[in-house]
Write a protein that binds this ligand. Structure first.
Ligand SMILES: Cc1cc2nc3c(=O)[nH]c(=O)nc-3n(C[C@H](O)[C@H](O)[C@H](O)COP(=O)(O)O)c2cc1C
Ligand SMILES: [Fe+2]
Ligand SMILES: [Fe+2]
Length: 402
């Protein structure tokens, strides 16, 4: 028995839930799996929008056949994005449906050839082009670098559905509910932010361009290729994406420490305590050895303030802290405050590396920087608390002004 769900009268969700992959892109943990959402529109011409990761192809073919009938024809495949989590099924799909025409843009064309050796039966579209299916009419809008250069979105003007691929998508499988009105959206919105900040966040400027470009569309349903479909409140996810890609932050702070024996943690604790005493309620605390970097980056993306505390390890930063900084540099964050703390016992190293990091990016460094030899004593703890107070004060001023 095949199981498929209608998004609108003749638009079907053919998503698959992947609970086997532990790390998305071999990087990002998936404690509750991930979906690859593929959609089928059945009209005079039938069209599949995006595919799934290769191991789930059998499932996808079964569902297509169940909807179109055993000898049903699949006319088009729209390829919004070539990353293999969506394009993995293309090559074999063409063998199953030999009449299939692939719709993509000029950048898609090159990637179809370099990934799969596919060069023929292509329909190459340009920004704004349309494709009539009968009742339905699809419009293609290029949104380069959200997430790859060939990325585009597809809008069905008949059902007012935006098939947005990676944009507005997130981690977490859909086991039962697939629509925003059927799910606990607090969890899923947090996972959309983890997806956005780690995977798309670097391209925030391009996300802004895309949002501006889509502004003229009357969007009733947002149907991304990962995570929930937004039909009750499509404006909300677009608004969140808009805020995140403008790097709009909340009045809160993330305190991250790297500590082997607890001395550096005491310094981080003191800053956190001062922030709390000053009324900063949104305070998130991470042990960088134990929180996966993707969750730390997600929280840092949300908040205005960041405090980094690291012990020295073999003349430089504690290794998990160095890894976090590499991720942060790559994301090109803007408009955040930073406070830094370091500890050492003989040669120093951690604070200097944090200082270099703080001065190289777009950070507003809050004084004082604190460096401690081996273990913090009363005077050091007072300085850490001063840093917390200074950050809280400046933050509160920003949010009163804005
Ligand atoms: C494996 C290891 C390597 C270290 N490397 C250095 C170093 O290169 N230079 C230095 O000044 N301290 C070094 N230290 C000392 C620690 O940075 C220092 O004791 C610090 O206060 C430890 O903080 P913690 O209690 O938060 O782990 C090292 C300590 C360990 C255990
Ligand atoms: Fe992608
Ligand atoms: Fe994707």
């Amino acid at each position: 028995m095949n199981h498929f769900i209608k998004v609108t009268e003749d638009t079907y969700w053919l998503g698959v839930n992947d609970h086997q992959t532990d790390l998305f892109e071999s990087l990002w943990p998936l404690p509750k799996g991930v979906t690859y959402n593929s959609y089928l529109i059945k009209d005079e011409k039938s069209v599949l929008i995006d595919t799934v990761k290769a191991p789930y192809l059998t499932d996808l073919i079964d569902k297509i056949k169940a909807i179109l009938g055993k000898d049903g024809k699949l006319d088009y495949l729209v390829v919004n994005h070539m990353e293999p989590d969506h394009s993995g099924a293309i090559k074999i799909l063409r063998c199953v449906f030999p009449e299939l025409k692939i719709v993509g843009n000029s950048q898609t064309k090159g990637m179809l050839e370099s990934f799969y050796g596919i060069c023929d039966d292509l329909v190459i579209v340009q920004d704004g082009d349309s494709l009539g299916l009968g009742k339905h009419k699809l419009f293609f809008h290029l949104v380069p670098m959200v997430h790859w250069p060939e990325t585009m979105v597809t809008y069905d003007s008949t059902t007012r559905t935006l098939f947005s691929c990676d944009a507005f998508g997130g981690f977490g499988s859909l086991d039962g509910g697939i629509f925003d009105d059927e799910l606990d959206m607090t969890y899923y919105e947090d996972e959309v932010l983890r997806y956005f900040s780690n995977i798309v966040g670097r391209y925030s400027a391009q996300v802004q361009k895309a949002i501006n470009k889509l502004q003229g569309l009357d969007i009733g349903i947002v149907a991304p290729s990962h995570g929930p479909i937004h039909r009750k409140n499509p404006g909300r996810i677009i608004d969140l994406y808009d805020r995140w890609s403008r790097q709009e932050t909340e009045c809160g702070a993330v305190v991250v420490f790297g500590s082997m024996y607890g001395n550096t943690q005491k310094m981080a604790d003191a800053v956190a305590r001062a922030l709390a005493e000053e009324g900063i309620e949104k305070l998130i605390y991470h042990d960088i050895s134990r929180s996966h970097v993707s969750y730390v980056v997600k929280d840092i993306w949300r908040m205005r303030g960041l405090v980094l505390a690291s012990c020295t390890y073999n003349t430089t930063l504690f290794p998990p802290m160095a890894e976090l900084l590499n991720h942060l540099k790559n994301k090109m964050m803007k408009g955040r405050m930073i406070g830094i703390l370091g500890s050492y016992s003989w040669s120093k190293g951690a604070l200097q590396a944090l200082e270099e990091f703080a001065s190289s990016g777009n950070w507003d460094l809050i004084e004082p920087m604190v460096e401690v030899k081996s273990s913090p004593f009363d005077e050091d703890i007072s300085k850490c608390m001063e840093l917390g107070r200074n950050m809280a004060e400046k933050m509160k001023l920003c949010y009163v002004k804005e």
